[in-house]
Design a binder for this molecule. Structure first.
Ligand code: ADP
Ligand code: MG
Length: 322
């Protein structure tokens, strides 16, 4: 059964960035208002996430590493009404199957916290510990028991790039949460609680402030908010293109095309417009469960959303006289 665990783990955890994503989302689900991400050597040596969220009782802490131990859904129907990010109860079990994990956690009401050490799904150590409210999870030696996977990892720099991408995606949807990101001992991002526009500038530089054109539209099918970058700042390379649906980062070549279509005539065809677009739809009209890493989605009204996006962005660009 630990082999089954390792195989399943490989589906959820493809690289250090997958661990970062799952840990950050768990902290958000636990209502954290302050989250620290600490990585060393592109996440190969260490990935640690520290939050000030709800924390776990001793029992819940032990349970959290069991497969399908989710506190977030109790029926299949709940899948359609997802408020929280995680819903499969697989992330921690998977991570614990293929790494050395240290968890320290304490709930608000508990006098004392608990510290757990887990290696290859086995609890190696459990002790009480003085701790602040919240949870800290350290993941070391990722893929220590799957050498083929470990050898398949890219350079520290490339893995860090993937981690940074995940960090950006999470930070962009949660400007109300304070984030700190430390890489090899130095703080690379210090993101205070902010609004969406400020958060974009804090991440991508103050130069962004004057580049953003607000987009806002609400229809029966979709609510669109966010920003596109003015056409003169379109770039030769991809990078600052973000779609979020119901507060999750999504990839959508189809909707990307809608944005490009809105810029038609305003930028050269070999340039990419920048955008940060937040779509809100009825949760029952979106299927977010078609891929284990949850970035591919399917909208019921894809064509309508395309048309609305295109015309709304066109209108916004026109209004700003660009
Ligand atoms: P899921 O998020 O899909 O429920 P996970 O494996 O990611 O599954 O987490 C398992 C459970 O552990 C969660 O449902 C939650 O109850 C608990 N948990 C994990 N991380 C945290 C955290 N940072 N703070 C509080 N509880 C947590
Ligand atoms: Mg989770």
């Amino acid at each position: 059964d630990h082999v089954a665990n390792q195989i399943a783990a490989g589906e959820v955890v493809q690289r250090p960035a997958s661990v970062v994503k799952e840990l950050l989302e768990n902290s958000i689900d636990a209502n954290a208002t302050l989250i620290k991400l600490i990585v060393k050597d592109g996440g190969k040596a260490l990935i640690q996430v520290v939050d000030n969220g709800l924390g776990m009782s001793e029992t819940d802490a032990r349970l959290s590493f069991e497969r399908h131990a989710t506190s977030k859904i109790s029926s299949a129907q709940d899948l359609f009404n997802l408020e929280t990010k995680g819903f499969r109860g697989e992330a921690l079990a998977s991570i614990a199957a293929i790494a050395h994990v240290d968890m320290q956690t304490k709930t608000e009401n508990a006098e004392i916290g608990v510290h757990l050490k887990i290696e290859g799904s086995k609890v190696k150590c459990q002790e009480v510990v003085a701790a602040p409210k919240g949870t800290s999870i350290s993941v070391k030696n990722l893929f220590f028991n799957i050498p083929a996977r470990r050898n398949f990892l890219k350079s520290n720099q490339v893995e860090l790039r993937h981690i940074t991408d995940e960090f950006h995606r999470v930070a962009l949807v949660h400007p109300n949460i304070e984030f700190h990101f430390y890489n090899n001992g130095s703080e690379t991002f210090n993101l205070p609680k902010a609004n969406h526009r400020q958060r974009i500038s804090h991440i991508f530089g103050s130069k962004m402030t004057n580049r953003l054109v607000p987009v806002s539209e609400e229809t029966e099918v979709v609510k669109v908010t966010g920003f596109v970058c003015k056409p003169e700042f379109a770039k030769k390379s991809r990078g600052e293109q973000f779609f979020f649906a119901n507060n999750r980062f999504i990839k959508s070549p189809y909707l990307h095309h809608a944005v490009v279509a809105a810029f038609e005539g305003l930028i050269k065809s070999d340039l990419y417009p920048g955008y940060f677009l937040y779509l809100d739809v009825d949760p029952s009209s979106i299927d977010i469960n078609i891929h284990p890493t949850k970035t591919e989605v399917k909208f019921d009204d894809e064509n309508t959303i395309y048309a609305i996006l295109r015309s709304t962005i066109k209108h916004s660009l026109g209004q700003f006289n660009v």
